[in-house]
Design a protein around this ligand. Structure first.
Ligand code: XUL
Length: 570
């Protein structure tokens, strides 16, 4: 699909878990070139599955750093062979899978700054890493380090208030702490620690790129309010960490010009700017062109929400990151495990395995579902940590089944009400100009989107996000170029194709759903309170994570008893 015409453009890169991708976007914001290198398929010698190695303990997950370097070599050579005109690239930026970390060995900086254009990158960087298998976001082996970090700063909520998230195993500070504790030699021989994003930017710069504020928020180390490293968190993770991390910079910073290596080997212009790389989720937010008050909902295997926030209230669930496109604002990320798989199960059970029947059920039932509410978590949910199916009638009676069409509406209304509750818990408020951008498998079902519009009281648009991190990176490169002029990101991307309107809220929906919403919240709160008081099991207080998000604890005893049987797997 290459079109070797001389088109001024920006490149957007994505160093994701399974592949490296690139797109070229011209000044009218048309994507005119795409390419990718798939780790499992194109770099067989590294023997990864899904781009990673899962270690014997089942918890440790790493990727070889040289595989990422070699993927960049391959893709650049492919572009060159296709006649891609690198001299037209004004700027580039990129995204990396979040939380993963790269450990540059003492002396690596010298190699980076003197790359020889006759050799490939991986031939020159072989000996530049003190850790060759990098921990990635799928790693969950650092529970001990998480507890240490939370204890050091006064608990999970205190850490969340500082850094935007309670301690998560995959977050980089905890990964660094594990490396320091288990491989102290390697740690002491490390001169610089990068995120996957800033590592990739460093390859283009030919020197160490700073970490940007948005991806830096996924480390449990950056104070998201004043955007400086937290000395308390640094000290709790490892010694001399600040000097190994280097500074953190605003996400729209130009971090330098491209290394002469790329000018001489590939014909880039020496004026080509490198704009700070960021995490894949922040880059996707840019690719979807989220604006103040907007929400993006990805309805996939699991459901993910991105929110644009002005005044975040960090909680024990979900993550707050600095915004990648507006230094004053924030984004939130919420992940719900019971997404499409749950919808498919209920479709199979209650709609004869047919999406058509599923839609008919939504059309034939009233908004508000006659007061019937349902919670459906067949796999252990993460937001909050809960499992089980529970159904309540309008009279607050728990029942073991609903008629099929009621079941279907209870599932969909329940899934979206839960999202709204958690979004509000992080400080999100629907604004008159709010748009909901839906993507993923279930975004093809208009009736599901109608419920989404009704629950949130905002119009729903459908957007294709296949390349959103890559395209968002190219948009961010244009934004970085314009940063000196103070032009807002929304202005930079105004020519990009508009999403398609799919559903508008039904008149009166929000009033009708309001009561259900309150009851839904109460059930969730009561549920946790009940389990807390009635179970003989031992709970860690941080596990009662929904309390902050479900503040309206219901005191009506009938309702209290109704939920006593809800099984929380803690
Ligand atoms: C976000 C996260 C994942 C990775 C995937 O917190 O861990 O979405 O960014 O690449």
């Amino acid at each position: 699909m290459a079109e070797p015409a001389a088109r001024r453009c920006c490149l957007g890169w994505d160093f994701s878990t399974q592949q490296v991708k690139v797109v070229a976007v011209d000044a009218e914001l048309n994507v005119f070139y795409e390419d990718s290198v798939h780790f499992d398929r194109d770099l067989l010698e590294f023997g990864t599955q899904g781009g990673v190695h899962v270690h014997e303990d089942g918890l440790t997950v790493t990727s070889p750093v040289l595989m990422w370097v070699q993927a960049l070599d391959i893709i650049l050579e492919k572009m060159k062979a296709s006649g891609f005109d690198f001299s037209q690239v004004l700027a580039l930026s990129g995204a990396g899978q979040q939380h993963g970390s790269v450990y540059w060995k003492a002396g690596a900086s010298r190699v980076l700054t003197s790359l020889l254009p006759d050799l490939l990158l991986h031939e020159q960087l072989q000996a530049c890493f003190s850790i060759t298998d990098c921990p990635v976001w799928m790693d969950s082996s650092t529970t001990a380090q998480c507890r240490q970090l939370e204890a050091a700063v006064g608990g999970a909520q205190a850490l969340s208030g500082l850094t935007g998230s309670r301690a998560y195993e995959r977050f980089t500070g905890n990964q660094i702490a594990k490396i320091y504790q288990q491989k102290p030699e390697a740690y002491s021989h490390t001169e610089r620690i990068s995120l996957v994003s800033s590592f990739a930017a460093s390859l283009f710069l030919g020197s160490y790129s700073p970490i940007d504020h948005s991806d830096g928020s996924g480390m449990n180390l950056l104070r998201i309010q004043d955007k400086v490293w937290s000395q308390a968190c640094l000290a709790a993770c490892a010694p001399h960490l600040e000097e190994k991390l280097g500074p953190a910079v605003p996400s729209c910073s130009v971090v330098g010009s491209i290394s002469s290596y790329y000018v001489r080997r590939y014909g880039f212009s020496s004026g080509c700017k490198v704009v700070a790389f960021t995490g894949d989720n922040p880059a996707s937010l840019a690719g979807m062109r989220l604006e103040e008050g907007d929400i993006a909902v990805s309805l996939g295997t699991s459901d993910t929400l991105f929110l644009w926030l002005q005044e975040p209230t960090p909680a024990l669930e979900g993550h707050i990151f600095c915004s990648p496109v507006d230094p004053q604002h924030y984004m939130a990320l919420l992940c719900f495990k019971n997404g499409s798989l749950m919808r498919e199960k209920i479709r199979d059970e209650s709609a004869s395995r047919s999406w058509g029947e599923f839609s008919k059920a939504l059309q034939s039932t009233e908004m508000g579902n006659g007061g019937n509410l349902g919670f459906y978590f067949d796999v252990m949910e993460i937001t909050p940590e809960i499992i089980g199916r529970h159904r309540f009638t309008a009279e607050n009676r728990e029942v073991s089944a609903f008629p099929g069409d009621v079941e279907i509406r209870a599932l969909i209304e329940g899934q979206f009400m839960a999202k709204k509750i958690h979004a509000e818990g992080l400080g999100y408020r629907v604004m008159p100009k709010t748009k909901i951008l839906a993507t993923g498998g279930a975004s093809h079902n208009r009736d599901i989107l109608q419920v989404l519009a009704d629950v949130f009281g905002a119009p729903v648009y459908v957007i294709d996000t296949t390349n959103s991190a890559c395209v968002g990176s190219a948009y961010r490169a244009f934004h970085g170029l314009a940063a000196g002029t103070g032009m807002p990101f929304s202005e930079v991307v105004k020519l990009a194709p508009n999403p398609r309107l799919a559903a508008t809220p039904t008149l009166g929906a929000s009033q009708l759903l309001c009561e259900n919403f309150g009851r839904f919240k109460s059930y969730a709160a009561t549920n946790l309170a009940t389990i807390f008081s009635e179970s003989g099991r031992c709970f860690k207080s941080r596990k009662i994570i929904s309390h902050a998000l479900f503040p309206r604890v219901c005191t009506r005893s009938s309702m209290y008893q109704n939920v006593a049987s809800i099984s929380l797997c803690l």
